[in-house]
Design a protein around this ligand. Structure first.
Ligand SMILES: *Cc1c(COP(=O)(O)O)cnc(C)c1O
Length: 374
């Protein structure tokens, strides 16, 4: 055996791009954290992953308990769910593809459009999955950094596309997020129009759009052949753990993605939960309104914490600059009290924490803890 394994290095069979990938650093599951901190899981104030603190609407739990066909494979076309989504987003079902979270759509798009040597345009600071998925395919990530107010630098992106033809030809996908994670900033109609005029496929990630004051651009795909809009049930609908997302795509791209999609990518539990959610959209929006009201209260209260400078947000989280002390220390001190927030220490987020909007009593615990640290 020993002799056999020295004859050649099996790992050389892997795609060469794999070697350039960074190793994945998993987050601590919150049950593990609860044991480590000695605080029961239900007492943790989990404000680190933009989950919905209210969970799904009650009808979801009932529908999951009552469903009797878990032993049957799912409908690969997800017709019932896509019809319900069509009502919800106001775009024909033929333009909607459901997925195992919006994350799976990102993976499909990267694998459908990118080969090694191709490129994406990414606008950091933003969600990490765009560069992650592009990296898996061996594509280059061209970063166009956001402006100081975290708006997208549309001029710089346009300038990128006025370079030599061989650079421009390699750029396939342009990733935009509105509202953006982790900054909470919004992309205007005018900015989006300008970017759609460029010769690239524009992927507009609207994971948080239900929390914004401005409407979704889902129906723009009917007028723009180079636009995909991504949405999810993870944030507003409160079923992040069940993994259900969807892409709203132009007709030509749907034809291609149907060839590409795993037939059973959406499991039956996710579909049941999605359908039950869509029958109670009014309740989801009632929860969204509660979260938005709490966001405004949290924003104002964070402004009174002497070492934090919060940014206004169109989403269910608030980004804060930490002033005159280490953000990491703040995160750790909160963690010891059972309050979890996200900490950043990277370019343009040099010393920041991001706080998801929780229930009012969770906000109260957070604020008390922040003032104790002052
Ligand atoms: C949370 C998040 C997603 C992921 O959505 P899933 O449906 O849970 O995969 C996508 N985009 C952004 C910007 C997010 O923050």
């Amino acid at each position: 055996m020993a002799e056999l394994s020295t004859r050649f290095d099996v790992s050389t069979l892997l795609r060469p791009e794999m070697r350039d990938l960074e190793e994945y650093t998993p987050i601590q599951p919150f049950e593990v954290l609860s044991r480590r901190l000695g605080i029961p899981a239900e007492q943790l104030v989990k404000l680190d992953a933009n989950e919905n603190p209210y969970g799904p609407v009650p009808a979801v739990i009932e529908a999951l308990a009552e469903y009797n066909f878990y032993h049957i494979y799912p409908d690969p076309e997800q017709s019932e769910l896509r019809d319900a989504l069509s009502e919800f987003v106001g775009v024909p079902a033929a333009h909607i593809l459901t997925s195992h979270g919006a994350d799976e759509m990102l993976d499909y798009l990267c694998r459908a459009f990118l080969r090694p040597g191709d490129a994406i345009v990414d606008c950091p600071p933003t969600f990490g999955m765009y560069s992650f998925d592009a990296g898996l395919v061996g594509a280059e990530v061209i970063e166009v950094w956001r402006r100081p107010d975290y708006s997208v630098d549309v001029d710089a992106i346009e300038a990128l596309f006025s370079q030599e033809a061989d650079t421009v030809g390699r750029i396939k996908l342009l990733f935009l997020t509105s509202p953006n994670n982790p900054t909470g900033t919004w992309l205007s109609d005018e900015e989006l129009q300008r970017l759609l005029a460029l010769p690239a496929m524009v992927v507009l990630d609207e994971a948080y759009v239900e929390f914004a004051d401005l409407p979704s651009r889902a129906d723009w795909v009917l007028a723009h052949e180079n636009l995909v809009v991504l949405r999810t049930f993870s944030k507003a609908a409160g079923i992040a753990g069940l993994r259900l997302g969807y892409g709203i795509c132009p007709a030509w791209l749907m034809t291609e993605l149907w060839k590409f999609k795993q037939p059973y990518n959406v499991n039956v539990a996710a579909a049941v939960a999605g359908l039950a959610s869509l029958r109670h959209v009014d309740q989801i929006y009632a929860v969204v309104e509660k979260i938005k009201a709490e966001r405004e209260r949290l924003l104002e209260a964070l402004g009174d914490v002497p070492y934090l400078r919060p940014y206004p947000s169109q989403s269910n989280f608030i980004l804060c600059d930490v002033i005159g002390r280490e953000g990491k220390r703040v995160k750790e001190a909160l963690e010891r009290k059972g309050i979890l927030v996200r900490h950043y220490r990277k370019p343009r987020l040099e010393n920041c924490i991001r706080i998801s909007v929780g229930r009012p009593e969770q906000t109260d615990r957070l604020l008390a803890a922040l003032h104790e640290l002052a």
